[in-house]
Design a protein around this ligand. Structure first.
Ligand code: FAD
Ligand code: GLY
Length: 375
């Protein structure tokens, strides 16, 4: 294949990953972003590639998450070479600590059931992470889990796509998808009409509006999430701490990102004062010295969630040339690499060996709606 004109709507992590993948395959790619790269959920994320900690209930999604996590380190190096942007890959692993013996037993059972991670006894934990609260009963340590600076990775991918031949249009909104005889013809934008053979909806939460005039839908709900950043004078944490109610992610410059809230259906932009108080006091239970760190900033973003919590990846049966890569909910940074590979294969008419995309079809709720059973 190669040489088709493809328009990607959205310069978040998903649109940027896909743009880079497609241009490497020789396609003629334009990424259209209404504001700036990573201005949506991708710029609000914590950047964790936590395929095991996030605990996916859907087995195929769990499989995709692990595959994707393992693709990211090489990709980070590759796009740094091309774009000069360092995505801040941190490979210090993830810790899930136990407060008491009961929690320790639960976590040890999880290691056996999931066959991932290793058990750190309290002395090992205290030696590796001396700033953690005293008296913890051990922890699961997962060396495979990694994390990045999500905005930087998005920019590195988009600018690498551009350097490899893609067109990057920022401050340009797609207002309509032009269709003729059930085939995509192009998109109308705030700067004029762009003809193309294929269009990919990667606009995150809010993209659905573009489908309504076409009589199509893929429902997405915003799930608001807030994160607090603090900075300490000395490093307080090496690995990422991923507990039941909170995560604490060490970032360059002795910064810690403490997240996150989860508020379904809330599309408001600001950060609630109560959320800041709760996140910091919960985090200080794990790292007492965090109370002496400087408060730097807090922000909010909206996780794009479908009714079944699974992403939309693939083509629309009703309309030739229309594809979706959206609705990655809590794990769009993690799933970005495998999403780009799978969708690029599908757009070339190929399967991805060993992967079944049926559960992620973008028209799965459309079909249910026609059958009258949309939940
Ligand atoms: P977005 O990043 O929202 O990008 C869509 C882009 O499309 C936007 O830039 C938007 O401006 C643009 N756009 C929309 N409509 C149009 C249009 N009509 N024309 C042109 N452009 C348009 N995931 C992880 O994997 N790990 C984490 O640690 C993690 N932590 C998170 C923490 C928080 C607080 C939140 C809110 C999310 C977190 N996520 C995490 C989830 C992750 O952020 C999302 O799943 C992911 O960013 C979705 O990427 P996207 O590219 O689909 O959407
Ligand atoms: N994956 C982390 C979050 O969504 O908060």
């Amino acid at each position: 294949m190669g040489g088709r004109k493809i328009i990607i709507i959205g310069g978040g992590i998903i649109g940027s990953s896909l743009g880079y993948e497609l241009v490497k395959r020789g396609e003629s790619v334009t990424i259209v972003e209404q504001t700036d790269l990573a201005s949506g959920a991708s710029g609000a994320a914590a950047g964790m590639l936590a395929a095991d900690c996030e605990h996916f209930e859907h087995s195929e999604l769990q499989n995709l998450a692990r595959l994707s996590r393992d693709l990211i380190p090489a990709l980070v190096h590759e796009v740094k070479e091309i774009s000069g942007i360092d995505a801040g890959l941190n490979q210090q692993g993830f810790l899930t600590p136990a407060r008491d013996n009961l929690e320790a037993e639960e976590l040890q059972a999880r290691i056996i059931a999931e066959a991932t991670g290793q058990w750190w006894v309290p002395e090992q934990l205290a030696a590796a992470e001396p700033a953690l609260a005293k008296g913890l009963s051990g922890a699961i340590y997962r060396s495979e889990e990694i994390q990045v600076m999500p905005s930087k990775l998005t920019e590195a991918l988009a600018f690498s796509a551009q350097a490899t031949g893609a067109v990057l249009l920022r401050q340009t909104e797609v207002t309509r998808i032009q269709v003729h005889n059930k085939r995509v013809e192009g998109v109308q934008t705030s700067r004029g009409f762009l003809p193309c053979d294929q269009v990919v909806l990667a606009g995150g939460w809010g993209t659905e509006q573009l489908l309504q005039p076409l009589g199509l839908s893929f429902p997405l709900e915003p799930v608001k999430g807030e994160i607090v950043e603090v900075q300490s004078s000395v490093p307080l944490l090496q690995a990422t701490l991923y507990a039941k109610s909170i995560y604490i992610v060490p970032k360059p410059g002795n910064k810690l990102w403490i997240g996150a809230t989860s508020i379904p259906g809330d599309s408001s932009q600001g950060v609630f004062a109560d959320s800041i108080v709760r996140l910091i006091s919960e985090a200080a239970k794990w790292i007492p010295d965090l109370r002496h760190a400087q408060f730097e900033r807090a922000w909010a973003g909206h996780r794009p969630k479908s009714p079944d919590g699974l992403p939309y990846i693939g083509g629309f049966q009703e309309l030739q040339g229309l594809y979706a890569a959206a609705g990655h909910y809590r794990n769009g940074i993690l799933l970005s690499a495998i999403t780009a590979t799978m969708l690029a294969n599908e757009m070339e008419g190929k399967d991805t060996p060993g992967i079944n995309l049926d559960a992620f079809r973008p028209d799965r709720f459309q079909r249910q709606l026609e059958g009258g059973v949309l939940r």
